[in-house]
Design a protein around this ligand. Structure first.
Ligand code: FES
Ligand SMILES: [Fe+2]
Length: 386
């Protein structure tokens, strides 16, 4: 008699790292608003391809200023709509000229009958533009309430909207997004990773030198994430919060005051991500003046170098060192690129040896996984709570 062996139970493996459309973390991240572009990256009449969480999309700004986000391919022969042309608030495919409105409905299909125009439609996604950033909602159903960034900053930060210098920033990093989500709570890295960018004898801008000392931290679990604050600090301590699933808030001393930042680490795919930040520099009139003077030279300094990811690759290949980028305006990012792109544990988290200074990172991992499990069990998580 042949033994009948029942199949092993196929429990879904929960992981924060994979965020494709059918993965648990991918579904979880899609249930929140996600930033996709800086407003300044999307001029009127411009269409671009966009890749987020291993899916391709088309994004454009119509002549009324409306940002429209659609599926990637034209429903006719599936060429990229991102090589099409913006007409009013509509997009016309460059292959055979089918045209779709901001609501996704077909408006024109040259040479085709009216019935095809009537039934043809492309998928569009809700967008919202706030603080100089374009956000999108990739989930099913209605999007959740939007983040109260002003209120959050007043309660947990230094009131970003009152800062004399405010702005937005973005960068791309060749590593999984979750590595950078955790990084916000890894304050022990600052003393070493950012040694160069906090040394006023070598660099012109950067962290306050007082930041680069390993201090003990308090770790607090909040309703919407994990907060980590330095203790035994004679001035204002660095304080960070990760707001689940992939946002962060930071207050850290710079040479010209305090940097406050709300940022998101958004997967492009499972191997790379982009970060979008809303930033404020809390400083006095003199600090603001120095900052603006530096900004005026910023472009010329940037032009000396390849993109920051390439600078980091040169270091990782052993061809350059961080000292070769000492006057790079994005040195802080290059420092973070190098250590995060150099991490090898991604396929085997068991290789790590997490220690005392990683207690906030550990707390976050536990919380992320339990919220992810709740989400997959059907618990509502759409209300971000911040
Ligand atoms: S592929 Fe777009 S109109 Fe033909
Ligand atoms: Fe860093």
């Amino acid at each position: 008699m042949t033994a009948v062996v029942p199949p092993a139970p196929t429990a879904e493996v929960l992981s924060p790292f994979e965020t494709g459309p059918d993965t648990p973390a991918g579904k979880y991240l899609r249930s929140f608003w996600q930033p996709v572009k800086l407003s300044e990256e999307l001029p009127v009449g411009r269409v671009q391809p966009l890749r987020v969480m291993s899916e391709d999309f088309t994004i454009y700004r119509g002549v009324s200023g409306t940002v429209v986000l659609t599926q990637a391919g034209c429903p006719h022969r599936q060429t990229m709509l991102a090589i099409g042309n913006v007409e009013g608030d509509s997009i016309r495919c460059s292959f055979h000229g089918w045209k779709f409105g901001a609501d996704g409905r077909c408006q024109d299909a040259p040479g085709q009958g009216p019935r095809l125009v009537e039934r043809m439609k492309i998928r569009t996604y809700p967008t919202r533009e706030e603080y100089g950033v374009v956000f999108a909602y990739f989930g099913d159903g209605e999007p959740p309430a939007f983040f109260d960034i002003d209120g959050f900053s007043k309660e947990h930060g230094k009131d970003m909207m009152s800062a004399p210098i405010r702005g937005t920033a973005t960068y791309r990093r060749h590593c999984n997004y979750y590595i950078n989500v955790e990084n916000a709570l890894d304050l022990a890295h600052v003393a070493f990773t950012h040694k160069l960018s906090s040394d006023p004898s070598i660099t012109e801008v950067g962290f306050d030198p007082g930041v680069v000392r390993i201090r003990d931290i308090t770790v607090e679990r909040l309703e919407f994430g994990v907060r980590c604050v330095e203790i035994e600090h004679d001035a204002e301590p660095t304080s960070t919060i990760v707001m689940l699933p992939n946002a962060m808030h930071l207050v850290v001393a710079q040479r010209d005051g305090f940097l406050e930042q709300v940022g998101w680490r958004v997967p492009i795919d499972d191997e790379r991500h982009f970060s979008i930040q809303i930033t404020a520099l809390h400083t006095d009139a003199e600090g603001a003046e120095r900052f603006r003077a530096y900004q005026a030279r910023h472009q010329a300094l940037l032009a000396k170098y390849p993109p920051t990811e390439d600078c980091a690759e040169e270091i990782l290949r052993g061809e350059k060192t961080l000292y070769d980028f000492a006057d790079h305006p994005d040195l802080v990012n290059i420092e973070d690129h190098v250590v995060q792109m150099g991490m090898q544990f991604i396929n085997d988290p068991g290789k790590e040896n997490l220690a005392q200074s990683d207690k906030a990172v550990l707390q976050l991992r536990r919380m992320f996984m339990s919220r992810l499990a709740d989400f997959m069990a059907g618990a509502p998580t759409a209300d971000t709570g911040w």
